[in-house]
Design a protein around this ligand. Structure first.
Ligand code: PLP
Length: 377
């Protein structure tokens, strides 16, 4: 099997699975229990928090575990609106955020909030000027993702933080860094963000565990989940100890030789781009800078057919985001491509394990597809 869909999710390295199994079977105590087994579980959670915080570049107490990146996004935006309820009811985001942000905003619109969705240009980028033009006195939160999950475009998050400061805006700045974490620099203090969403399963960790960085400008973050008061009262729910242990192990492993891993992924991406561009009728889409995502289009060949055909040959990749199977994603739509290019969009995404031979196999499979199928769009 050739796995070229690391932006959808990543393979779990054996040491991560081993550590999760160890916690599940040997350290299964509830961190809230008073006896030694419970206290050991609590110690484990705090140790993991410290490991992940180090990888993020924040203090452990600034990192709150959640059930996934989606929960982190929902929580961040709603908590920011609560804190800034006296500032106003205006939100700025982009039209190409992950649906975890977009659907939160849509739900908020139904509650009377006003949302400005910034549109990308044809390369997939948005600019800080767009944020500046949309910013108002009643803007309560700005949510701009760090790396787009379909194009790989890096958005001007640090510039946005500077802009908010210059304009003395009271808006809180959130970034969805699910695709950026351990792919591009994302130290929250360097970026200047107030909140940052993370998810373990994009860096070799398990699905079903995420985190939210909450910086000093967010006072007493309002919980999304109410209950037993875990996470210092900020996020109720018994801590998912095995998932948390898997997250920490993945961050630690990915962090070993990270620069080399990222350089390797960037080389693979450059090789893949060059190789695929030699296919007649294949074009690149957008100009994503992230080292792990390449968006292309096999113009005129419906991407759902390509994905299915290649899948049958053991090659996994996506037509845009994995969450939008079957229909044009909102990101592809936002790029304003012509119908034949939009319909043929493919997302190839890489990990440290990806080899040049994987790319050669992808090339051969795409060539076979082209030679055996008619263009249908
Ligand atoms: N944000 C982005 C940019 C993503 O790519 C994803 C997952 O695909 C998410 C949020 C959601 O994360 P999770 O799958 O952990 O809910």
């Amino acid at each position: 099997m050739i796995y070229l869909d690391h932006a959808a999710t990543t393979p779990i390295p054996q040491p991560v699975a081993d550590e999760m199994y160890r916690v599940l079977t040997q350290q299964f105590g509830n961190p809230s229990s008073q006896y030694p087994m419970g206290q050991e579980a609590k110690k484990l959670v705090e140790g993991c928090r410290a490991v992940i915080a180090k990888a993020v570049g924040c203090q452990p107490k600034e990192l709150h575990f959640t059930s996934c990146g989606t929960e982190s996004d929902n929580w961040a935006i709603q908590a920011a609106l609560w804190q800034n309820r006296h500032v106003g009811r205006h939100i700025i985001t982009t039209s190409v955020e992950h649906s975890a942000v977009l659907e939160t905003c849509r739900a908020l619109e139904q509650q009377g909030y006003e949302v400005t969705y910034l549109k990308p240009d044809k390369t997939g980028h948005i600019t800080v000027q767009q944020v500046g033009e949309a910013l108002r006195d009643d803007t309560a939160v700005v949510s701009v993702m760090l790396v787009n999950n379909e194009t790989g475009c890096v958005f001007p998050v640090a510039e946005t933080a500077r802009l908010l400061k210059e304009r003395r805006s009271r808006a809180l700045l959130h970034t969805d860094a699910v695709q950026g974490f351990m792919k591009v620099p994302c130290d929250p203090r360097v970026l200047g963000v107030d909140m940052m969403s993370l998810s373990a399963h994009k860096i070799g960790g398990p699905k079903g565990i995420g985190a939210l960085y909450v910086g000093p400008a967010v006072r007493n973050i309002r919980p999304l989940l109410h209950g037993g008061g875990q996470e210092e009262g900020t996020r109720s729910g018994t801590e998912a100890t095995a998932q948390i242990a898997g997250f920490a192990k993945a961050a630690q492993l990915r962090g070993e030789g990270l620069e080399e891993k990222l350089a390797h992924m960037a080389q693979i991406k450059a090789y893949c781009r060059e190789k695929l561009l030699s296919l007649d009728g294949l074009v690149t889409v957008g100009q994503g800078e992230a080292p792990h995502i390449l968006m292309v289009s096999l113009v005129g060949y419906p991407s759902a057919n390509v994905v299915t055909d290649l899948g049958e040959q053991g090659i996994c990749l996506s037509a845009g985001s994995a969450c939008h199977r079957g229909k044009l994603s909102h990101v592809v739509t936002a790029l304003g491509l012509d119908k034949r290019t939009a319909g043929g969009v493919l997302r190839v995404s890489f990990g440290p394990e990806t080899t040049f031979a994987d790319i050669d196999a992808l090339y051969e499979a795409l060539l076979r597809h082209k030679n055996t199928r008619f263009s249908m769009l």
